[in-house]
Design a protein around this ligand. Sequence first.
Ligand SMILES: [Zn+2]
Length: 313
Amino acid sequence: MNWAMANRLGHIAATKAHGRLGVDVSAYPVNVSKAIDDAGLALMRRPMPRLFGVYIEANGNRGVMVNSNMTRATRRHTAAHELGHHEFEHGADPGRECSIEVPTPATAGASPNRAKGRIGAQGQVEMCAEAFATWFLMPRRAVTAAMETLGIQRVSSPVDSYRLSLLLGTTHRATCRHLVNLRMVAQDDCESWARVQPGRLKRALAAEGGVTLATTFDMDVWDLRNVTGARVEASVGDLLVLPAALTVAAKGVAGLAVVAAGDSTVTVECVAAVNLTDLLGSTAGFTVVVHDRPFGLYLPAVDLSLGEVELTS
Ligand SMILES: [Zn+2]
């Protein structure tokens, strides 16, 4: 097994799972929590000192546990990785140490020759789950839809790939890597962009929105100045840099606090969880969800992104 083979298998398995679980692959971000629930698995979120996540079985019931201390994108990626173990029928193995960073194409061998004999059975299982996670969270149509929202024909800088990763709800590194799978970005560009610290991009953008960041850890800065019609699934602590036309609308949503306002932009901080809501201005509009750090059992009835309570401002 090499990375190219794992990628093919992951693509096929993710496509099958999308179909069986009724996932809308033309919309971003893919709701992996609901998909896990629809697959008949319990999804638990709790702190786990050493692990990203684990696919477990107890008394004939199967489930996925995800480390709730990680960032939103990493939690989503881990959840999709564990769903991958289920879809590949890898079996629940409490001793399996899932890692969402290895192996990478660079370490596992992107060419058929390099990988031969280097990857053990456990590594192959992990490669398949990793490939599944990227294809499950980033089907081509969802990526294209997110690019259309951003108004870009092609991804041509780390700023683009970072903004794309926010809409898709995926890690910046996995997004860069997957753009190569999709033949949208060259391998060399992917590698150099993946090395760019997202913190640098966040600071620069926050400054453009009139805010100096004390920390960039576990928060994101969304550039929504020239975007319309976006679906924004942010987290508490994130900043949204919006066109000034949305100032009044932003002030009207509980959970959002205006932290800077200029002639052309208004920057809001997500200070509390917000159900699916519409933020409408005269020239731009967004659908916004703000997630708090999840804990405990996932229940679709209280999934903010499914929009049981709809607010319009
Ligand atoms: Zn794993």
